[in-house]
Write a new protein. Structure first.
Length: 290
């Protein structure tokens, strides 16, 4: 029988790439930790760790299984939290999955407007990358999804099973630190997102459209975190495509400079047809598509 601790051990080892450091973080001896990883591999039926290399690295199967382990632990924790959380029975509950940037820049004010319309609610927010948010909605864990949209991208949701409303707008803008900016004819290092992320797809589309930003790829951020690239820009490492809402103050203050045309973005609110409660129905009706 598989133990959930084995999955947690595996993810720590995948992150630290060291049996000794992973065992220390998991507060077990290295020999006990190694036995647990071996037990997981025996249960899965394939080798997950390449022990011939240093530092310890995942096999091809291990890289695939890492995503399964992440999803499994996330689903189990969500289920546990849902059961343990006991909000006031008189207070309706709404759950929203949102992209990281939207969770920071858009969600707080949006929720305030919701409560102005329908009254106080108990809210749950999942701030995650695009595909995890899609999964959270499609698997019925969350009532709504808030995400960016541009005509260059495709939302992998069936129009017959999901509906959406446009609840806001943003834009994707290429920015650089004022400290290293010279002119728009200069070739700057490009700070990129992982290609399989939503922001990676959007930045690739935006980069191919604009004629004003001359860049050469220099840094790849292996995540969909625009906030991480924002700090790379401030540190003077190059140009990054960022949601304008995330850098509007810095643009106004002149700390950073826009060096190309903006890519318009819609902020869409999605829901799964057939999944509704009295409060989610009120919220949906309150959202007049812009």
């Amino acid at each position: 029988m598989m133990d959930i601790k084995w999955l947690e051990d595996f993810l720590v080892l995948a992150r630290l790439q060291s049996f000794s450091k992973a065992a220390e973080e998991r507060n077990v001896t290295q020999s006990a930790f190694s036995r647990r990883i071996q037990a997981l591999e025996l249960w899965v039926g394939v080798a997950l760790i390449d022990r011939t290399r240093y530092p310890a690295s995942l096999t091809a199967e291990g890289m695939l299984f890492r995503e399964t382990a992440k999803d499994t632990i996330r689903l189990l924790n969500t289920g546990k939290n849902n059961l343990q959380r006991q909000p006031d029975d008189r207070m309706p509950t709404v759950s929203v999955a949102a992209l990281h940037t939207i969770a920071i820049t858009f969600f707080p004010l949006w929720l305030q407007k919701i409560e102005d319309e329908v009254g106080q609610v108990f809210s749950r927010l999942l701030s995650d990358d695009f595909y995890n948010c899609i999964s959270a909605l499609s698997e019925g864990e969350y009532d709504f999804l808030l995400c960016f949209y541009n005509e260059s991208m495709e939302i992998p949701l069936d129009d017959n099973a999901y509906s959406y409303k446009i609840v806001g707008f943003d834009s994707f803008v290429p920015v650089i630190s004022k400290a290293i900016y010279k002119d728009n004819d200069t070739v700057y290092p490009l700070l990129s997102y992982s290609e399989n992320s939503l922001l990676g797809q959007l930045s690739h589309s935006a980069q191919s459209r604009t004629l004003h930003v001359l860049t050469e790829e220099r840094h790849l951020n292996e995540s969909a975190m625009a906030e991480a690239l924002k700090h790379m820009v401030f540190a003077g490492h190059g140009v990054a495509w960022l949601p304008k809402s995330l850098v509007s103050k810095e643009l106004q203050d002149g700390q950073i400079v826009a060096v190309g045309e903006e890519l318009p973005l819609e902020i869409r609110l999605y829901r799964k047809m057939g999944r509704r409660s009295a409060v989610t129905e009120k919220i949906w009706r309150s959202q007049s598509s812009r």
